[in-house]
Ligand binder design. Structure first.
Ligand SMILES: Cc1cc2nc3c(=O)[nH]c(=O)nc-3n(C[C@H](O)[C@H](O)[C@H](O)COP(=O)(O)OP(=O)(O)OC[C@H]3O[C@@H](n4cnc5c(N)ncnc54)[C@H](O)[C@@H]3O)c2cc1C
Length: 436
């Protein structure tokens, strides 16, 4: 299993370092036979033919806005000024058909169903996510956790009862159910071994509600993917997730953990006696991690460059794919990235290892409204691909939308390419280009 340096008890002698040498990984991939379809070059704007004219225009407009650093860096402030000036209703009227519609599925079940049905007709699977963002100092009391719990159970029900996907998954922010303060306390208490025993004996009632939530999800056969957040919370989030894995993942991976490859300390071991579900991401909180480390005079926990993060991602990916090839019933992975090269690498390597495109152990994930050219192409090629789908009111999804805008700044390559392809499809429809 993968684990961070904050959890030394989980590092067994048999554990393997996740990240090998760059040279050995490159040679690995170069040696593989050419197994890829030409469409995995992701150069074909025809992937966007399924989008309406308005959807094309909206995506172009939103990505254009995200290309202005001043807007992106200040979008939180700008949105709250706009909300004050326009009022709640006016603000919602502006945001709903534009930024909100690009990244959020809707507010109520009928809106969400409409978006999801379209998505499944295109071969993509929704992975619902209740976008609750909470950081230290923002906890709003136990009532808030009860409300969140209800929202999460509703998410399980929707994921289970609608036939959108043959293997439903949902994303979970654990800090929506357990306070960030408690996560930090758990981390500081330095008791991160014997996870289930510690978890069940030392956490307050609130945390047992979390256990109840997961039992509901597993009874309904919905896989729950716990998100990774900041390094000061992650060890506790991993502790809780591992405790739950130990309880629920005996036969199959119902609970998954997320591993952020931008972190310098990331390891793989394959010694745990339960099934392991891995959401492999690069990591979303780089700017804040760096700022905090600097303020506190700590070493930066994030790799120095994108290339180092990429090496870590590729190394982790290879090792997980090899683990899956050996024991497909024990390991599962969602390759959660918009990066075309990572996606190509995964398709190539899994093909080389003889895995089915939709065999159940390997799937891909992108966020709703981002890099649809990658998701649509993968789906058309027969791979299992999930879109992370947040939903909720404009007010509830605002912090998520702010993060999405900021993330668009870091996912530079993918977004530039998507914009080019959108433009080409747009021109084709206007009859301005004979191409594609
Ligand atoms: C389905 C799904 C679920 C996700 N869940 C989570 C989650 O639970 N927790 C979480 O943290 N993130 C999550 N993410 C977001 C993810 O971590 C990335 O922020 C996002 O996907 C962009 O990375 P990329 O691989 O798609 O794109 P790329 O463009 O290949 O990479 C961008 C990423 O590289 C890293 N990076 C960029 N510049 C540098 C630098 N100078 N030095 C070091 N590293 C750098 C950053 O992580 C940045 O986000 C999720 C993403 C998806 C698609």
């Amino acid at each position: 299993m993968l684990c961070s340096r904050f959890r030394p008890s989980l590092l067994r002698p048999a554990s393997l370092r996740l990240v090998g040498t760059v040279a050995s990984r490159r040679t690995d991939v170069e040696k593989q036979p050419e197994l890829l379809s030409a469409s995995l070059a992701f150069e074909d704007p025809r992937a966007f033919r399924v989008k309406s004219f308005w959807e094309l225009l909206r995506a172009l407009g939103v990505f254009r806005l995200c290309s202005f650093p001043v807007l992106v860096n200040n979008c939180g402030k700008l949105m709250s000024i706009a909300r004050t000036l326009l009022g709640r209703r006016g603000f919602s009227l502006v945001l709903r058909p534009t930024v909100y519609a690009q990244f959020v599925a809707g507010e109520n079940e009928s809106e969400i169903c409409r978006s999801m049905e379209k998505m499944s007709s295109l071969g993509m699977r929704p992975m619902l996510a209740v976008p609750i963002e909470e950081d230290l100092g923002q906890s709003a009391g136990e009532k808030r956790y009860d409300d969140n719990m209800e929202a999460m159970l509703e998410c399980v029900r929707m994921s289970h009862s609608n036939a959108w996907s043959k293997d439903p998954m949902m994303q979970l922010k654990i800090t929506a159910l357990i306070s960030p303060e408690l996560c930090v306390r758990l981390h500081r208490s330095n008791c991160l071994n014997n996870y289930w025993e510690i978890y069940s004996s030392s956490l307050p009632f609130n945390a047992m509600i979390f256990f109840f939530f997961l039992s509901q999800a597993s009874v309904n056969k919905v896989r729950v993917l716990g998100d990774a957040e900041y390094t000061y919370m992650n060890p506790a989030l991993s502790l809780v997730t591992m405790a739950m894995m130990k309880k629920f993942n005996q036969e199959s991976a119902w609970i998954w953990n997320t591993y952020q490859c931008y972190l310098k300390a990331l390891r793989l071991s394959r010694t745990e006696p339960f099934c392991l579900g891995v959401k492999l991401v690069r990591g979303a909180y780089m700017d804040k991690e760096r700022k905090l480390a600097q303020q506190e005079g700590r070493a930066d926990p994030v790799h120095q460059s994108w290339e180092d993060t990429n090496d870590s991602y590729n190394g982790s990916l290879n090792l997980m794919l090899e683990a899956i090839a050996e024991k497909p019933e024990k390991y599962r992975i969602i390759i959660a990235t918009h990066n075309e090269e990572s996606v190509r690498r995964a398709t190539k390597r899994s093909g080389h290892l003889g895995m089915d495109k939709d065999g159940g152990s390997v799937c891909f994930g992108q966020l709703l409204g981002m890099c649809d050219h990658v998701s649509l192409t993968l789906a058309q090629e027969g791979y299992a691909v999930y879109k992370s789908v947040p939903y909720g009111s404009v007010d509830d999804t605002l912090p998520y939308l702010v993060r999405r805008a900021q993330e668009n700044r870091t996912v530079l390559q993918g977004i530039r390419k998507e914009r080019d392809l959108l433009r080409r499809e747009f021109k084709r429809r206007l009859g301005l280009s004979g191409r594609s």
